[in-house]
Design a protein around this ligand. Structure first.
Ligand SMILES: [Zn+2]
Ligand SMILES: [Zn+2]
Ligand SMILES: [Zn+2]
Length: 89
């Protein structure tokens, strides 16, 4: 973990992995997504900002959960919304 990025990312010792490979909110409304992100606070899975509904960002705003991780295979990074901080792990 790169030090000094933001306190939220620094506080993460174990990255919350995606429990499944779909955006629950998109499934509910019958929509599609591009990439998946995992909330590091509660494990909620949402779709990325390239997806039409941007559920990961919507979740972060609604819940004030700051950090997401990519749920895409081979991608190992974290992003903090309030600090606009990005870190690979
Ligand atoms: Zn932060
Ligand atoms: Zn979605
Ligand atoms: Zn959350």
């Amino acid at each position: 973990m790169a030090p000094g990025t933001c306190s939220h990312i620094d506080a993460i010792t174990t990255v919350n992995a995606a429990k499944h490979r779909k955006c629950d909110e998109c499934v509910k409304i019958g929509s599609r997504w591009v990439h998946l992100r995992v909330c590091q606070e509660c494990g909620a899975i949402g779709c990325c900002d390239d997806s039409p509904n941007r559920h990961a960002t919507a979740h972060a705003r609604a819940s004030t959960h700051p950090v997401i991780a990519s749920a895409e295979p081979g991608e190992r990074w974290l992003y903090c919304y309030p600090d606009d901080a990005f870190a690979e792990y």
